[in-house]
Design a protein around this ligand. Structure first.
Ligand SMILES: [Zn+2]
Length: 312
């Protein structure tokens, strides 16, 4: 069985303005590198469908889904970009891109649970892990991973899923949505203090938050994962694993000050794949979050996807 690679041309059209780090070229860098390395032949490429309102409302309040869809539709029709916060800008193509991003995660979940794919990587933007139940923030509009996790639980009837977030920033939106939902175990590390300046005190007993200091490098992160994530995952025995795959903890990425390299992303992915093999019938859906140094992003995604696709 193959690894599915979900994306959509609409995800490239979301543009938050000149100089914004969360830029369309991120997806170009990833696809170029997959082609250049020949890794593309190991993947099954699929176009993401759009998420439905019903799917979005599994992670977001009905009020928020209505409000943000109305706002993004106004921007689409009006043709003028609108800043929701200093970092998060809606442009006329944002609605389509955001629906494709969440839709990719849902469709990937369907494929993996149906056995059409062993696992999946969603190369999508906007990212999702800062989007809370009721708020867009930090480049994020809909929480792609939380929408997909709830889809697995509520539609497919799974009883336990894990969310693993290795972005350099704390996934506060995902925590806001799933803290207290004992069907979900969330394991993360993140640079602290750093945007969004929370996470050191977990909001629920189902959260394994590992704040780490700036300039922390791979060996210390690996030790923390072995000590903090692995026992929790082994005890929880997730039936499926979702990954908030941000690559901005890379040494070359300027949005964080951590020191991971491609080999660390490969190692982390191997640990997740091993847990999925032991407990989850190999089921993994990974969704792109951050990663802003284009070259480091492309190399790190390749290292991650190479392990998912089991390419030597
Ligand atoms: Zn990030």
């Amino acid at each position: 069985m193959s690894t599915v690679f979900y994306s959509h041309p609409d995800c490239r059209l979301h543009d938050m303005g000149a100089g914004h780090p969360e830029c369309p070229q991120r997806l170009d860098a990833i696809s170029d590198h997959l082609l250049a390395t020949g890794l593309d032949i190991a993947l099954q490429f699929k176009d993401a469908p759009s998420a439905t309102i019903e799917q979005l409302e599994r992670a977001h309040s009905a009020h928020y889904v209505t409000e943000i869809q109305d706002l993004l539709e106004q921007v689409r029709v009006g043709g003028t970009a609108k800043a929701l916060d200093p970092d998060t800008v809606a442009c006329p193509q944002t609605l389509a891109a955001a629906l494709r991003s969440a839709g990719a995660a849902v469709a990937a979940t369907d494929d993996v649970i149906a056995g059409r794919a062993r696992n999946a990587f969603c190369a999508v933007r906007p990212p999702g892990h800062h989007a809370t139940r009721d708020e867009a923030m930090g480049f994020c509009f809909f929480n792609n991973v939380a929408v997909a996790a709830r889809h697995a639980l509520d539609v497919h009837g799974l009883q336990r899923v894990a969310i693993i977030d290795f972005d350099v920033h704390h996934g506060n939106g995902t925590e806001d949505i799933i803290a207290g939902d004992e069907r979900v175990l969330m394991c993360s590390f993140f640079q602290h203090p750093l945007y969004p300046y929370c996470g050191a005190v977990p909001k629920g007993t189902n959260m394994v938050n590992v704040p780490v200091a700036a300039y922390t490098r791979g060996p210390a992160v690996r030790e923390a994962i072995e000590a903090m994530w692995m026992p929790a995952l082994e005890e929880f025995k997730p039936q499926m694993i979702f990954i908030s795959a941000g690559f901005d903890a890379h040494r070359e990425d300027d949005l964080g000050q951590m020191g991971l390299v491609e080999a660390d992303y490969e190692w982390i992915t191997r640990q997740i794949v091993a847990v999925a093999r032991r407990h989850a019938g190999n089921r993994i859906v990974s969704c792109l979050e951050g990663g802003y140094c284009l070259s480091a992003l492309a190399r790190s995604v390749a290292a991650h996807v190479r392990v998912l696709a089991d390419v030597a």
